[in-house]
Ligand binder design. Structure first.
Ligand SMILES: Cc1cc2nc3c(=O)[nH]c(=O)nc-3n(C[C@H](O)[C@H](O)[C@H](O)COP(=O)(O)OP(=O)(O)OC[C@H]3O[C@@H](n4cnc5c(N)ncnc54)[C@H](O)[C@@H]3O)c2cc1C
Length: 394
């Protein structure tokens, strides 16, 4: 230990990634300290759609293995519910959903196609004109706020510590390692460091001389008044992701998103009327029998996008005791698996349960400096969903 105020592992960022990693490490007996500039889960981790069906990720199998056990493992409820139904309103949507079903079936995850009659039995809010749906018998969704609480309480049950309102402002390095982090409250020593600061991860890494390409985008969610509970809370489609809450509200989001300057990630995100209007219209088309429901709440959150839409979860070579994590829009659902991967990278330098080479930072070596401009991922233009169909945020 380099400072008696520190911990064996200091984690910068108390979103789901940092909290899950801290929980995994604390339950393995390690002394962990999470530092957050604000309140845990106040950023994207507490504001998202709650989807957990990331079949394109190398962490998918672990995501699917862990979620059904998370309430028992954490000792607190996440409101996880298994399965997902995707409704198709157009032939193009139907083709995409069928493609997803084929890919998932090849991975060993079953689904069945529903005709309109079967759909309306399972999803009474669906309309008469839908082109059927696919019922995925895996995946699912959870309550983001509950999940953040569950991680934070569970890691503290194992002796881990959380300090809120404690922005990390710099790093102390010696002998090719980070030995401490600087905060307004002073210096905290560490043997190992995890940087899981969402859209701010790149800004922090720059202080270590490391480039992590990230583009921040503002996304929004709307919540309707409560409606009768459906058998399946995890129903989406029409470019929307979300769920019906246990109280009956429909909580939904989905592009278009709005590109931000990377430094805007420090601002509190607020909803805008045009994006909310687009969400409301598409939600009414997805659930015509809920078109009368009033929108009672909305919020915005900031999504961290890498150039290829995949997360970065990697242990750096120099300094060699730093693990970096930023999730590129799929971080909520993957969080149980992400925490496991970070735990392994901190302790052993390699992930024990999946090949995560695709998530290395090295893959962006040689990326041109103006990559955001080349993609058109720049403010102030409001453009289509930044990760498009390449990444499934469910
Ligand atoms: C509207 C919306 C809908 C989404 N829907 C889904 C979905 O359905 N499924 C899904 O899987 N994902 C979804 N996502 C994406 C998902 O929410 C994120 O990928 C995930 O929450 C990222 O978690 P994180 O812990 O890595 O980062 P964050 O949640 O961004 O947390 C980072 C933390 O780091 C802290 N921090 C930053 N800088 C510092 C510093 N200098 N010092 C100390 N602390 C610092 C911040 O305060 C923050 O608490 C959605 C996102 C949004 C915005």
């Amino acid at each position: 230990m380099t400072s008696n105020r520190g911990a064996a592992v200091v984690i910068v960022g108390g979103g789901v990634s940092g909290l899950s990693a801290a929980w995994w490490l604390a339950r393995s007996g390690y002394d962990v300290l999470v530092l957050d500039k604000g309140i845990v889960g106040w950023e994207a981790s507490g504001r998202n759609g709650g989807g957990a069906t990331h079949y394109q990720s190398p962490l998918f199998h672990e995501e699917q293995r862990l979620w059904p056990q998370m309430d028992a493992l954490l000792g607190y409820p996440t409101e996880y519910r298994r399965e997902r139904i995707i409704i198709n309103l157009t032939p193009a949507q139907q083709a995409r959903t069928r493609h997803m079903a084929t890919v998932c079936r090849d991975l060993g995850y079953p689904s069945v196609e529903l005709d309109n009659g079967q759909l309306r039995t399972l999803v009474p809010l669906a309309g008469d004109d839908a082109l059927g749906a696919t019922h995925f018998q895996f995946g699912g969704h959870a309550n983001p706020q509950r999940t953040v609480q569950a991680y934070a309480w569970a890691l503290q049950d194992h002796g881990g510590r959380v300090m809120q309102h404690c922005p990390v402002t710099g790093f102390v390095t010696a002998g090719g390692r980070v030995t401490a982090v600087e905060t307004r409250a002073g210096r905290y020593g560490c043997d190992a460091l995890v940087i899981a600061a969402g859209p701010q991860t790149g800004v922090l890494l720059r202080q270590l001389g490391i480039t992590l390409p990230l583009a921040a985008a503002r996304a929004e969610m709307i919540v309707t008044e409560p409606l009768p509970l459906m058998q399946h809370g995890g129903v989406d489609g029409n470019g929307l992701y979300g769920r019906q809450t246990l109280r009956g509200n429909l909580a939904y989001g989905g592009g278009p998103h709005e590109w931000l300057d990377e430094n805007d990630g420090t601002e509190i995100a607020r909803p805008s009327t045009p994006l909310l209007g687009s969400l409301s219209r598409r939600l009414a088309a997805l659930f015509p029998k809920a078109a009368h429901a009033r929108v009672i709440r909305s919020w915005a959150g900031i999504i961290e996008n890498t150039p290829d839409g995949r997360p970065v979860i990697d242990r750096l070579g120099d300094p060699d005791n730093v693990v970096v994590c930023t999730m590129s829009s799929v971080g909520f659902g993957l969080s149980p698996a992400t925490g496991h991967a970070i735990h392994d990278l901190v302790l052993d330098g390699t992930c024990s349960f999946a090949n995560i080479d695709k998530l290395s930072l090295r893959r962006f070596d040689g990326l041109p400096a103006d990559w955001r401009q080349r993609r058109g991922w720049v403010p102030p233009l409001a453009v289509a969903d930044p990760v498009g169909s390449a990444v499934d945020r469910r």
